[in-house]
Design a binder for this molecule. Sequence first.
Ligand code: ZN
Length: 327
Amino acid sequence: MFNFYKYCLFCFSPLPETPSGVGEHVFPKSIYGFWRIYDVCETCMKHFGDNIDQLPLQNPQVLKSIEQLQLPNAERYYEQIKYKGTDTINGVNVKMICKNGSFKTKAHEINENFFEFSENDWQNIGVRWLNRKANLQKEEIENEIEKIKKQYDSLKLGEIVRSSKLGSSIRKRSVKNIKIDEPNLAHISPLIAKIVVSFLYYILSVDELASLDKVKDLINHARYLKDLSSNTINWCPLAQEPEYNKFHRVWVTFFDRSICIDVTFFGYPNWRVILNSNEPIIKHDPDGKLIKEIIFILDFKDSENRKKHMGFIFKDSDKPIFYEVKF
Ligand SMILES: [Zn+2]
């Protein structure tokens, strides 16, 4: 491990001569990231760990991609996707989750008199909640619930069964129009900002970085969660989901006075940042060939076989040439 820079990339405090600690995972470890950099100070690393690195696990698109990977342990991630639906009878919004491939009501207390839960959860969650409310012994509640359940089965949608013993009513319903709960889309932008800034430090000179607008804004957004103008980081899904999605990617395209950076998780969910520059940024390879695009890929085919690749697309060509990189 080694430092490229003498100062922290995000707060500019001096770094120790020899890097300490484990380094900063640019793509969080929680989403199988394995590219680490050592130019981030301990304080900034703690900030990222506490505030930013868990963001992808709150993002439906990322969670869905994890689901498609069918990796062991991935289930606990995609069960966190929040869905919502509509009560077929009264049109009220209902919070849902998806478990083992089927949707169910998310068990939760709406207020002290109103609790939602799925039919499958009667025994576990319903009994526990009623126990607290009705102040009866668990066994009494279970017996009472068994009684209610018999009546419940013959209810029509929207109908209610009452229990004076429990002081509660249970209403039967079904839910339609189930979809991802978009308002709960996690704001993943500080993480995208962190990845973009980290990568740019490795492909651009300090002068080139300084010529770009919004780099400071991205740093402040990632490091201090400061506001970012609304169209700086854009959700920009790719046209097609790839067959093989065990990779993360940063893709930089150079234009005359701007660069476009795409950050892709698991081959599909993609965010785009466009930065303008005062003067053209011109990149050449060591042989003097003009570089149009730079692609960095974290490939985690399997845990034994994780590789980092850097690809270049040169002028007058559309085909990237890839090299394995060790940094
Ligand atoms: Zn720092």
